[in-house]
Design a protein around this ligand. Structure first.
Ligand SMILES: *[C@@H]1O[C@H](CO)[C@@H](O)[C@H](O)[C@H]1NC(C)=O
Ligand SMILES: *[C@@H]1O[C@H](CO)[C@@H](O)[C@H](O)[C@H]1NC(C)=O
Length: 512
């Protein structure tokens, strides 16, 4: 006789197998069918994608005033460190393996004649796809922020300051910025190769390592105590947990080869899905893992970046500060008669604040207030640092806020820390300052009339919101504006408070 509980188990099993969302063709075809797109779950290896089909619109009755945006460079042909530690050893192992021991049929048969598309001397170079994506981003920004660009008909700057695009000085950043410029400006302004015509549009390279004003783009390169190596340890601890299951599965599919595979090799194959797709347009590795296995590798990267450049590192808010401070200053946008500069002091190694004003940067980019959109290209670290400084994804009302540690023995699916959404190629964080005009009817709920209805001469009707890859995100602690945005006044205080807390760069960055 079957007991009630085992009957229940049987029913449940039948139900699980019948779930339409799971591998619908499993019975007739052993090939894995993915419901999710692996390329959107590869964190810093994900090629650019727009998570929402349209960027989140501003609250009703509001219009953009000025925007600062920090953008990671576009898709590259492999990353040095990942190649050396993970993909390179796997590629070598496969090359030496006796191909006759690999299956002739089924989804793994491709291994018999697979050749790596990655070349050691091209690692870290911007790919053709990366260039196309960056150009696309330029067009997308022109559409989204058109009113903030210089007039496309303008041929000469006539002595006016040029519109500037800033970039960190690595070649992949410069090349991303140039493709972006080609996409967002007409040919007479973009210059032949996207370096700008030098008059209306200018590309400004910020040296990566000079310690004075570069901190706003590549702060981690100016901070001697920063390192990413130690984050491999917790990430690899989780890798050990999930790779075990994959290796067991592969024992029945590619028995000879599976025996040889290390945990790093499993990771290598999942990384290659990303880099091979970037290099050639597609990759067989994207079709040999289940949805759950893709979510596992995504969790691997989230653990890694949580510790290296997210809330798990005490350095993150310190390193996110310089860009936010510069951006806040640029958003203040007081044009030529700006008098905010005297309030900035860099004194004895820390930023000194006057109580009422945001510190302006003492060095360039510091004098371009005629510009309304300020784009800067940089590396994966910076958008993550900025997210931490702005307290994004960290509301205590979330199931698993981004600052909460990630367990290493199981995956937490409802976590707020999603590096795939933040530091994919061309991942970007925008601070959008906007103003609202309107009537009592359109006034967003919870807002005082005096903060909403425009009164000439008063600056208090400005708001600011953080937007990550087109999606508006709450800066926890700075959310008293319409639809989770923040009043400009509140934002200035929010930034000031956080600068006071995390402004003493030397105390954490100087090697003792
Ligand atoms: C911007 O920085 C440069 C270089 O230090 C400096 O000469 C200039 O006075 C600064 N401009 C403003 C408006 O502070
Ligand atoms: C994240 O949220 C927690 C809990 O509210 C808070 O204690 C912590 O300071 C926040 N982290 C940052 C960097 O603001």
């Amino acid at each position: 006789m079957i007991s009630q509980s085992s009957l229940a188990t049987l029913c449940l099993l039948a139900l699980v197998h019948a779930l339409p969302s799971q591998r619908p063709f499993e019975a007739s075809n052993s090939k894995i069918v993915n419901e999710i797109e692996p390329l959107k779950h590869l964190s810093a290896i994900s090629p650019f994608y727009v998570p929402t089909s349209e960027p989140d619109p501003l609250p009703q009755g509001c219009s953009l005033e000025t925007v600062s945006v920090l953008i990671r460079h576009s898709a590259i042909l492999g990353n040095d460190e990942e190649y050396e530690q993970t993909m390179g050893p796997f590629i070598e192992k496969l090359a030496k393996f006796d191909k006759e021991k690999l299956p002739r049929l089924g989804e793994w048969s491709f291994l018999r004649d697979w050749k790596s598309p990655l070349k050691e001397d091209e690692l870290d170079e911007l790919s053709e796809r990366g260039k196309r994506d960056s150009k696309f981003l330029g067009k997308y920004f022109r559409k989204q922020y058109g009113s903030l660009f210089p007039d496309p008909k303008k041929h000469k700057g006539k002595g006016k300051p040029s519109y500037k695009v800033w970039t960190a000085s690595s070649q992949r950043d410069i090349d991303s910025a140039r493709s972006y410029i080609l996409g967002s400006f007409p040919a007479h302004q973009s210059g032949g190769k996207g370096e700008g015509d030098g008059d209306v549009v200018q590309l400004i390279k910020v040296p990566n390592k000079a310690k004075d004003w570069d901190r706003s783009l590549t702060p981690h390169k100016a901070c001697d105590t920063f390192e990413k190596q130690s984050s491999l340890k917790p990430a690899n601890q989780w890798l050990k947990v999930y790779a075990k299951g994959i290796k067991e599965r592969l024992h029945s599919e590619i028995p000879h080869f599976a025996r040889e595979l290390s945990d790093q090799d499993i990771l290598a194959m999942q990384m290659l899905c990303g880099y091979e797709s970037i290099a050639t347009g597609s990759s067989p590795f994207c079709h040999v893992f289940t949805d759950s296995e893709w979510r596992d590798v995504e969790y691997y990267f989230d653990i890694r970046w949580y510790h290296a450049i997210g809330y798990g590192s005490h350095l993150s808010p310190y390193l996110g500060l310089p860009w936010v401070k510069t951006a806040a200053h640029l958003l203040e946008g007081k044009d030529a008669d700006d008098s905010g500069h005297e309030s900035v002091m860099f004194n004895g190694g820390s930023w000194m604040l006057s109580k009422s004003k945001l510190p302006g940067p003492r060095l360039p980019p510091n004098a371009t207030h005629s510009q309304l959109l300020h784009p800067s290209f940089t590396h994966r670290e910076s958008p993550a640092f900025v997210a931490v400084f702005l307290n994004l994804y960290n509301s205590s009302s979330l199931a698993h806020p981004a600052s909460e540690p990630l367990p290493l023995d199981h995956r937490v699916d409802d976590r707020a820390w999603r590096s795939s959404h933040l530091i994919s190629f061309l991942g970007h964080v925008a601070l959008e300052r906007f103003k609202c005009t309107g009537t009592e009817d359109t006034k967003p709920h919870g807002l005082l009339e005096e903060d909403y209805l425009i009164r000439p001469g008063s600056p208090s009707h400005s708001f600011v919101r953080a937007v990550v890859n087109g999606k508006a995100e709450t800066m926890t602690g700075c959310e008293d504006g319409p639809e989770g945005s923040c009043r400009w006044k509140t934002f200035r205080k929010f930034v000031d408070d956080r600068v006071e807390r995390w402004g003493d760069w030397e105390s954490v960055c100087d090697k003792k």
